[in-house]
Design a protein around this ligand. Sequence first.
Ligand code: PRT
Ligand code: ZN
Length: 288
Amino acid sequence: MNKRITIAIQKKGRLSNSSKSVLRQSGISFSTNGEKLLARASNFDIDILLVRDDDIPSLVDSKVCDLAIVGENVLIEQNLAYKYAGIKKVLDLGFSKCRLEFAKPQNSKLRGFTNKTIATSHPFIVNEYLKKKKIKAKVVKIHGSVELTPYIGIADYICDLVSSGATLEANNLVEFKTVLKSQAVLITQKNLTPSKERIILKLIERIKGVINAFDCKYVMLNTDSKNISQLCKLLPGSESPTIIPLEKENKVAIHAFCKEPVFWETMEKLKSNGASSILVLPVEKILN
Ligand code: PRT
Ligand code: ZN
């Protein structure tokens, strides 16, 4: 029986680099070049299929792939459209975060959706939202440049993905309602063979170790011993820092594993409370 696992990831686009990097940090070595559709891992029983993100849910549902990384928005949209029964979401991956937002032109006097037209790249999610709210409106599916549709008479409102908000702003659109928050997710087939499941469970544990490390930092600083308790309180998400005596009397180094992001503001606060030589280092992997 074929024990090799096939994982689908986006070939080119917003999910692509982070998907490859999560797999590589999980210990899978592979190289992708040019138009190659399939990359074979050299050190794991895994093949990586590089495809358009829209094809990913059906590839998993139809058992062509065993697992995949896809935007949750695409997964939900296609689940509503095709009622896939063979896909299981196993992990939020924390990257490619975005939200599906209703927006309208800044100068629009419109209120409410009844009998109005909404242009969107996610018609099934929008229709589901309207159905739940018992609102009758027309939903038009648009693939690209959704933000232009109110200006060319196609729609009154749009519902599109937003991350920074710059595209809406550049098109004089204001967002007013979030329909869905999305991020990249790991999905698997529901019915895996026991041998494939074993390999996949091992991989999932590794991926968890990588994504848990995303926001974590290792902080090192020097200070006078009298500042220890004050500085430890300022270290975000740190449980029990290590205190190391330094050669100079009453001087110590504090080393801490911080489970939350360490912003410049935190470093400035540490400095104003007596810390010096503050180093913030990335954490690559965590195994608990
Ligand atoms: O070729 P392929 O079909 O594989 O790719 P694609 O063009 O369909 O998708 P791609 O690469 O654009 O996006 C893939 C996934 O990234 C999406 O399904 C989301 O899960 C996620 N994602 C995260 C985003 C965004 N952020 C995003 N900002 N997808 C699209 N956008 C677009 C949005 O549609 C709008 O045009 O970016 C613009 C808005 O961005 P801001 O930063 O100006 O708000
Ligand atoms: Zn796509």
